[in-house]
Design a protein around this ligand. Structure first.
Ligand SMILES: Cc1ncc(COP(=O)(O)O)c(C=O)c1O
Length: 481
């Protein structure tokens, strides 16, 4: 080997390290699946872990496999059935390999030339999801880096289409004028997108009802109040489903309202959009095909690593209005709607080859994989809710609609303030203990434990054992003996 560059690009070393890596990952996955790894999250305090990695970097050169082992040892084990925390997907092994191919090709994507295959695959994947939403052939969309960026992209198009002037060109002249109505239960990225769009106080929260769905009466009331003040409501953003409780808004009712009043309907289906692929749960998203734009994260319920978000438009022409911008060094025909120059319709210039992972899963396993996975995880959340209802010291917040479930420990004779303290402390103990990874949320002002049943292998024995652990934790740490 002559130089460090030769070593860094050596195919011989790549082959050796690559074979070792695949074995290492397979062993890791087996240990997770079999619950041989004790903790779903090996918790470390941030400063301790920072020091650990600083020491690793400053010490002697170590083999690649050692760095990988240390990364595995110090991360959430998504493939562990006791991982039931956030909505981060548990990647199917073929998507891990596909990710390697997309890193190899490192396709730029801003123009067709730099990402030919990924561009073609992206059109196939986005057309497929449009058809599953129930859109017709004039629909279309793009992939983008995450649901937050997806919501921003869709609302940019809404602002441009529904505004009175060319806002892209002139800016928001009267920041007080335009309104986006969004459920108080919606993901924060919607409100953030509205702020980035320059709408300021125009991002208005619609109260949710007792089922955590957007309250239709409040929506109508707010709309008429703003109309009477000569403000222009341009869009309603609905959730399918919400992040905190996993609840689907009544999309048909909201779509009726938007149609009557000529409003853009955006549906943030980042988490729950996949329900459209199932027989059992597609009714939850009924009406989604009436939305002007829909965001779905494939890195949530499609067993794929991040980031892969589809932004689908009922009318594909709308996707070109989000960025009415010129970049003559890239596109010779700025104003032409060329589907194959995807950078005309995304925030990103350089963008990863996202489509490959979904293309691979569709080709090798078919839609059946997504359907089975989503149905089974939604079923599992319902099973867990039933188990909780049989336990004396626990209560659910609301019946689960998706695979997200909120519950709290309630040993009785405590007010909400004390229960909040107790549940917060219990969750902290669970985190430090690490056997299960669960999270917490605030709903209607109170603290709840929150699980998202993402792992395909989490079963009712795990759920029972989690409840036992919380119970034990309470008696060992929170009762004066
Ligand atoms: C409903 C909803 N929308 C948007 C987002 C943001 O997606 P991302 O994390 O991909 O930016 C989330 C993330 O949890 C979500 O639950």
């Amino acid at each position: 080997m002559n130089s460090i560059i030769d070593e860094a690009f050596s195919t011989e070393l790549f082959r050796i390290e690559g074979h070792k890596l695949i074995d290492q990952i397979a062993e890791y996955l087996d240990a997770c699946y079999d619950r041989k790894i004790e903790k779903a999250i090996p918790w470390s305090e941030p400063d301790d872990l920072l020091k650990f990695w600083q020491n690793k970097l400053s010490g002697e050169r170590i083999p690649f496999s050692e760095i990988v082992a240390a990364a595995l040892d110090n991360s959430v084990h998504l493939h562990h059935p006791r991982y039931i925390g956030h909505q981060v997907a548990v990647p199917a092994p073929l998507t891990i390999l596909s990710e390697m191919v997309s890193s190899l090709l490192n396709a730029g994507m801003v123009i067709y030339e730099t990402g030919q295959t990924s561009t073609a695959m992206e059109k196939i994947v986005t057309d497929w999801i449009c058809s599953k939403i129930g859109y017709e052939s004039n629909s279309g969309g793009v992939l983008t880096s995450g649901g937050s960026l997806g919501n921003l992209t869709a609302l940019l198009a809404a602002r441009q289409k529904m505004g009175d002037n060319d806002i892209w060109e002139d800016g928001v002249i009267d920041g007080e004028k335009y309104i986006i109505l969004v459920s108080e239960e919606a993901h924060y990225s919607i409100a953030r997108a509205g702020k980035i769009l320059g709408l300021g106080k125009g991002v208005v929260k619609v109260p949710a009802d007792k089922h955590f769905q957007m309250d239709m009466d409040q929506l109508k009331k707010l709309y008429s109040e703003f109309s009477n003040q000569n403000k222009k409501v341009i869009a309603v953003a609905a959730s399918a489903c919400t992040t905190s409780t996993g609840t689907y808004d009544r999309l048909n009712d909201i779509a009726d309202f938007c149609a009557e009043n000529n409003l853009w309907l955006h549906v943030d289906a980042a988490h729950g959009g996949g329900a459209v692929l199932t027989d059992k749960y597609k009714h939850l998203a009924e009406g989604i095909d009436r939305a002007d734009s829909v965001v779905i994260d494939f890195h949530k319920m499609f067993v794929s690593p991040g980031l892969i978000t589809s932004v689908s438009f009922k009318d594909n022409d709308d996707s070109y209005s989000a960025f009415a911008q010129k970049a003559s060094y890239l596109w010779s025909k700025d104003h032409e709607k060329e589907w194959f120059n995807i950078g005309k319709r995304t925030v990103e210039c350089t963008k990863k080859m996202m489509s490959l992972k979904i293309f691979v899963l569709l080709k090798i396993y078919g839609e059946e994989l997504f359907k089975e996975y989503i149905e089974s995880r939604y079923n599992a959340a319902r099973e867990f809710a039933e188990l909780i209802k049989q336990r004396k010291n626990f209560e659910i917040l609301t019946e689960p609609q998706s695979n997200i479930l909120c519950f709290r420990y309630n040993p009785g004779a405590m007010d909400d303030a004390s229960l909040n303290k107790l549940n917060s402390a219990l969750r902290r103990k669970m985190l430090e203990n690490g056997k299960f990874y669960i999270v917490q949320t605030t709903a209607k002002g109170n603290i709840y434990q929150r699980v998202t049943v993402m792992n395909p292998f989490t079963n009712s024995i795990d759920f029972g054992s989690l409840l036992d652990d919380i119970d034990r934790n309470y008696f060992e740490n929170f009762i004066q003996h």
